[in-house]
Design a binder for this molecule. Structure first.
Ligand SMILES: [Zn+2]
Ligand SMILES: [Zn+2]
Length: 466
């Protein structure tokens, strides 16, 4: 008798048990969730512990990988690659390596990909990526294109992309996010992670603190646009964020358990993205603002602060907006009137001015999805009016902007424009226009739908961004 075989194990990971699950419980299998979807992730092993790099040989043997192509940059080779090389040379492996040498930062661009191909030996079993953001992005993309699996050895707890299927690359000088694979295994050696530059640790924490906002925006999306939402995924991210925040004040001391909680949270968020098949559980208004700043700086040939540093900083602003909206006592007939009077010409003018070479893409997205169409605007406003009390309840779920600022201050992350090193105009433009970057409902869109976004941005210009 033949069975119709599926690898999905028909069990349910339960929301009420989230606090008991370890990362390994989420890996290597799929499960049917109460949200109606099957969730799965292709990562099979995660090892986060002191001295984890010593386990690399046994992980390679587990997967039967013999011919290895190790990829690192100069820094990550020095902090981890050289040690790994020594361990592997003692074993029964065939090891090849590429160490990127650059004057400044390594950019994940065509040149880097070319070097990768030139150095890649034929019939490689596995790419062993040793590094953080850029090395991870390059290797996951090359793994996807070349259909060669990869193992990630993380050298800094700096961002949540290790476990995600998207690779932000620089193509033709522009940041472009392309499809990628997740690693077979992720190795986080706490002895290496905790010695990462403090700014990278702060950036990782900023990315984590942004999840308060991202998950909150997701809830708004469900309420206003009937968007798909999963309580399990939302809870697994928030549980991990809270655990990470609890030990945040020990990050500056490079405490082992604080670093572990941070790294675990970054990986769990990546797994959450695999579960939903998009970045919804990890990225909302705080990320859109960050992307906006990054884009404007790139247009001007300037580099903006690291991703997670911007995300953390922006979380203060979007939580301020949440607070202000929940304090509103909106005159709904006024809100409806304002929403019916959308000035499309002004919008087009502003988008062209701010988004420059990317304006056509933004306009196209908006038209295709009808985001600003009369019908969609009025539909959203009607929903806002009908469900106002629930909206206020959702907005109140996040920590106050003051609390976010205090947590960031505690770890020495920037909380003022001056500390961040980004100009005022870009941030203010971002508050009003960052929502155009994605078709994803966030608190910025809510403020716009209520007709208060411009005023709030102005108020914040005087209050925060001085
Ligand atoms: Zn689910
Ligand atoms: Zn992020």
């Amino acid at each position: 008798m033949l069975y119709n075989c599926t690898w999905v194990i028909h069990m349910i990971l339960a929301r009420e048990n989230i606090s008991k699950y370890k990362i390994q419980d989420y890996l290597g299998r799929g499960f049917l969730c109460n949200c109606g979807r099957e969730h799965s992730v292709d990562i099979e092993k995660v090892v986060i512990e002191n001295g984890a790099i010593a386990k690399i040989p046994e992980i390679l043997i587990f997967f039967n990988f013999k011919k290895i192509f190790m990829v690192a940059d100069e820094n990550t080779y020095n902090v981890a690659g050289a040690g790994i090389e020594k361990i592997l040379r003692n074993g029964d492996f065939e090891l090849y390596k590429l160490v990127y040498i650059r004057e400044g930062n390594l950019v994940p661009d065509e040149k880097a990909m070319g070097e990768f191909i030139i150095n890649l030996p034929e019939t490689t079993d596995v790419i062993l990526a040793v590094g953080s953001g850029v090395i991870s992005d390059l290797c996951k993309f090359m793994s996807y294109k070349l259909k060669i699996p990869y193992i990630m050895v993380a050298t800094a707890p700096s961002m949540d992309g290790y476990a995600s299927t998207a690779a932000p690359l620089t193509i033709n000088g522009l940041k472009t996010t392309l499809s990628a694979t997740v690693p077979k295994a992720i190795i986080g050696d706490i002895d290496i992670l905790k010695n990462a530059p403090m700014d990278m640790i702060r950036a990782g924490f900023g990315d984590v603190i942004g999840k308060y906002s991202a998950i909150n925006d997701w809830k708004l999306g469900r309420l206003i646009n009937d968007e798909y939402y999963c309580e399990f995924v939302s809870d697994m991210v928030m549980y991990s964020v809270k655990k990470c925040v609890e030990t945040a004040d020990r990050l500056q001391k490079r405490d082992d358990s604080a670093i572990r909680n941070l790294m675990e949270c970054l990986l769990l968020t990546g797994i959450a993205m695999s579960y939903t098949g998009n970045s919804r559980p990890a990225s909302g208004s705080e990320h859109h603002l960050s992307h906006f700043i990054e884009m404007v700086y790139m247009f001007d040939g300037k580099e903006s602060p690291p991703h997670g540093i911007k995300v953390g900083f922006n979380t203060i602003a979007v939580n301020y907006i949440r607070e202000k909206i929940s304090e509103l006592n909106p005159d709904f007939s006024e809100v409806t009137k304002k929403a019916s009077e959308f000035d499309k010409n002004k919008w087009l003018e502003d988008v062209k001015r701010l988004f420059r070479v990317s304006a056509a893409e933004v306009i196209d997205l908006n038209e295709r999805e009808g985001i600003n169409s009369y019908d969609k605007r009025m539909k959203r406003v009607k929903r806002i009016i009908d469900r106002w009390n629930e909206i206020v309840e959702i907005l109140a779920e996040v920590p106050s902007y003051n609390e976010i600022r205090d947590i960031l201050r505690k770890i020495g992350a920037p909380v003022t424009l001056k500390e961040l090193g980004v100009d005022r105009e870009t941030v203010l433009n971002g508050l009003v226009y960052a929502k155009e970057i994605r078709n994803r409902y966030t608190v910025l869109q809510l403020a716009w739908d209520l007709g208060v976004l411009g005023d709030l941005a102005e108020e914040m210009g005087q209050k925060f961004y001085v």
